[in-house]
Design a protein around this ligand. Structure first.
Ligand SMILES: Cc1cc2nc3c(=O)[nH]c(=O)nc-3n(C[C@H](O)[C@H](O)[C@H](O)COP(=O)(O)OP(=O)(O)OC[C@H]3O[C@@H](n4cnc5c(N)ncnc54)[C@H](O)[C@@H]3O)c2cc1C
Length: 489
């Protein structure tokens, strides 16, 4: 069945990047179709923390914070050790203040403490992280009414519960449309340009295993199944960013599903948030990093070398009572109540039994705790260099929380040129096909690191920028975005 209508732009995925892209394409005069496989729009904004990072915003100026996009770019280079796509990062950080001011104009519900320095990832050199009171949903609360209005005006046609299942090419390799699934059978839709804004693949164990090649314990949004990457490959699109993967440091296993983590039950493992009382041990019972290491980046890199990226935080009852709570939202009493009942939360009256319950080598764990306690009580330095040692681990019952390197986002993705046109392995462009958002892979905007806000902000900023360029003139390279959306470079 063929849909006779032809659209200037078909945007695949009504999420963080796709909605702004579709809106701007429509504003630029394009006839736009926005296709979403889920029953609702918003994609990962339903799950995301929604942190944005931008330098040179009105909000910073109001607080006399001196900052600019060159400093932002320098920080991304520093944090990523130069492993991100410099051309894309430069454009993204230049668009970032425009993006945040735009959200501001639209009544975005900023958390009052922002902009601020955030320590969940390696910190920036200036307070330039913003988020809404409702995390990613605060962004959706701004985007959704705009989309609703655009749909009501007939500027954007939106179809939800409509997955794109194929890309259509002409005889010369140009993408000329998409195939969508519908209850009435597959439909072909013609398009001047197709934008893949389908998100990442961190919720799909098979695609993840093939592309990233590391164990997946996922806290990604369930729609992140790699559709855009797989679609791009059918027309020769190349994969970029392999080898830039980095796990998020620690997360409890999901109560029922082994390949998933429960992001809401987040162990607090950032030393600046909660100075540690526990030791971290691998399956052999060995420590692998100073638990009070202030750099979360260093901890994440140490975890990559740990077998299965699995470790346990081991502590005693005094730590349970006196430390800042070990898991986000769990009181000491909650922890005691869940021990032995919730997956990954173990307790026993002696360390050997604890090790057996948790799956740690008992001899290794006993030796590690003995050495840790002895160095502390003898006043000797800790072999890992750890400074914060509030008490020996000596008061039963003992606890072990199982942690995995967890995955929120995928790092590899579709290769694009500086104009977000999809590239083949030989570097040539697939005419008519563009990509934006996490489908490019975190490696593009963060390299082999986590740079705060550098997924959501580029998704929105570059999404708008791309949409504005794909007016009725389509993939014409001479078209520029309106001045307000053009980065100076
Ligand atoms: C728990 C969590 C916290 C995070 N916190 C932050 C943060 O604070 N800051 C930050 O910068 N990043 C954060 N991220 C990452 C960031 O949220 C995402 O990278 C970003 O939102 C992805 O935007 P996107 O538009 O590329 O994809 P999405 O927002 O996921 O949108 C993709 C859309 O495409 C649709 N789709 C997929 N395939 C098809 C198909 N075949 N046909 C039609 N539609 C399709 C999906 O259903 C979805 O609606 C976080 C991620 C997670 C999981």
């Amino acid at each position: 069945m063929t849909d006779r209508r032809r659209y200037d732009v078909v945007v695949v995925g009504a999420g963080t990047a796709g909605i702004p892209c579709a809106l701007e394409a429509a504003t630029a005069g394009a006839r736009v179709l926005l296709l979403e496989k889920d029953g609702r729009v918003g994609g990962t904004l339903h799950t995301s923390g929604g942190h944005l990072s931008a330098a040179g915003t009105r909000r910073q100026a109001a607080q006399s914070i001196q900052d600019d996009s060159d400093l932002h770019l320098a920080d991304v280079r520093r944090i990523s050790h130069g492993s991100a796509r410099d051309d894309l990062v430069r454009r993204a950080v230049e668009l970032a203040p425009v993006t945040v001011d735009w959200l501001d104009d639209l009544g975005f519900d900023f958390a009052p403490e922002t902009p601020r320095l955030v320590y969940g990832h390696e910190p920036y050199s200036a307070p330039r992280t913003y988020y809404g009171r409702d995390g990613g949903l605060s962004i959706l609360h701004v985007l959704e009414p705009l989309l609703r209005d655009a749909v009501a005006r007939g500027d954007v046609e939106l179809r939800t519960a409509t997955p794109v299942t194929g890309l259509r090419s002409d005889g010369e390799g140009r993408v000329v449309g998409v195939t969508v699934w519908s209850r009435d059978g597959d439909q072909d839709v013609d398009a001047g340009a197709v934008v893949l804004a389908t998100g990442g693949f961190a919720a799909d164990p098979d695609v993840f295993a093939e592309i990233e090649g590391v164990p997946l314990v996922s806290a990604a949004h369930p729609t992140s199944t790699g559709d855009g990457l797989l679609l791009a490959r059918t027309v020769g699109g190349a994969v970029a960013g392999r080898g830039t993967y980095l796990p998020t440091f620690g997360g409890l296993p999901h109560p029922t599903t082994p390949t998933r983590a429960q992001w809401s039950d987040r162990p607090l493992l950032i030393a600046t948030e909660r100075p540690p009382w526990e030791v971290y041990v691998d399956r052999a019972g060995r420590r692998f990093v100073a638990e009070d290491e202030p750099s979360i980046d260093q901890k994440e890199r140490a975890l990559v070398a740990v077998p299965d990226m699995t470790f346990w935080t081991v502590f005693d009852d005094r730590a349970r009572r006196e430390s800042v709570p070990m898991v986000l939202g769990w009181s000491p009493a909650d922890l005691a109540a869940r021990a032995g009942r919730r997956a990954g939360v173990h307790t026993a009256d002696d360390l050997e039994s604890l090790a057996r319950l948790a799956g740690i080598d008992p001899t290794g764990l006993l030796g590690t705790v003995r050495d840790y306690n002895a160095a502390l009580t003898d006043g000797r330095p800790d072999p890992t260099g750890r400074q914060h040692r509030p008490a020996p681990i000596a008061e039963p019952p003992y606890f072990a929380l199982e942690n995995h390197g967890i995955t929120l986002i995928s790092f590899a993705g579709v290769d694009v040129d500086a104009d977000l046109a999809v590239r083949r392995t030989d570097g040539s462009v697939v005419p008519g096909l563009f990509a934006v958002g996490e489908v490019l892979g975190a490696g593009a905007s963060c390299g082999n690191s986590f740079c705060g806000g550098m997924m959501v902000t580029p998704a929105i900023g570059l999404g708008r920028w791309l949409g504005a360029r794909l007016g009725p003139g389509l993939a014409d390279r001479s078209l520029r975005a309106p001045e307000s959306l053009n980065s100076p470079s």
